[in-house]
Design a protein around this ligand. Sequence first.
Ligand SMILES: NC(=O)c1ccc[n+]([C@@H]2O[C@H](COP(=O)([O-])OP(=O)(O)OC[C@H]3O[C@@H](n4cnc5c(N)ncnc54)[C@H](OP(=O)(O)O)[C@@H]3O)[C@@H](O)[C@H]2O)c1
Length: 269
Amino acid sequence: MKSGIAIVTGASSGIGEATANRLTKAGYKVYGTSRRGTQAGQRTFEMLPLDVTSEPSVEAALKEVLNLHGRIDLLVNNAGFGIAPAAAEESSLDQARAIFDTNFFGIVRMTRAVLPHMRQQGSGRIINIGSVLGFLPMPYMALYSATKHAVAGYSESLDHELRTMGIRVSVIEPAYIKTSFDANLMTPDAPLDEYREIRAAVDKRVKEVIESADGPEIVAETVLQAALAARPKRRYAAGGVAGRLRLLRRFAPASLVDAGIRKDLRLAT
Ligand SMILES: NC(=O)c1ccc[n+]([C@@H]2O[C@H](COP(=O)([O-])OP(=O)(O)OC[C@H]3O[C@@H](n4cnc5c(N)ncnc54)[C@H](OP(=O)(O)O)[C@@H]3O)[C@@H](O)[C@H]2O)c1
């Protein structure tokens, strides 16, 4: 059991909700967040309104937790979304900015807001939800993959800077997980006829893979493991598929990985 104050962003569904429930069960006092506000009711944790794309919203949510408890021991940056499979050039620059604003700058906003308090405490943990697409780029998911590469780079750099102050940062990298992620995908806003067929084919393939994916509890368990570890790792693969992909990325020749991605997505070689 661990008692401490935890914030989990994007806790209204999926990985965030499972993580907030798991941390509560482990003894943390958990504040989950959602843009839709406080629908606490049946949940095992408190819910705060928060939009990670808004600095005033981030400040207001943290102020509420700090007023009540005077400290934050654990921040889980989970809020994020994807764009439905499409070619990179089928998203406008505005859409590219929008996905970075939540998936990456959302983490930067939250981190900048909690760090002064964690530094003052001389302790704290920040756990960022990345993705296997943060180390294994995937065609037709270029922008999402780019946001998760940014999350991984930011997290590892930050951990180096903060560990001597008692603060550790880890990134959790799941493969496909069965959540509302699929239902919440943004539609590419600059579709091109040239990609119509391949877009449909990749979409079909991704849906097939998601059918056999793990549930969000597996990620929640990994978050808890990272939160409790005396010497946390900088990166955790969450689940068997993610672990195998990480090994492949690390040890297999690049040409083999490249061919494997194309074969898996049934792309022409
Ligand atoms: N599912 C997968 O296959 C998978 C795999 C690897 C990594 N991930 C990552 O896991 C994280 C959670 O995804 P999920 O699968 O659990 O999807 P999900 O069920 O759609 O949950 C996404 C959560 O993010 C919140 N959110 C989205 N935009 C937000 C914003 N601007 N401010 C605050 N909250 C926001 C949503 O809350 P509200 O709408 O209530 O605000 C929701 O609670 C994401 O970072 C995703 O990239 C998912």
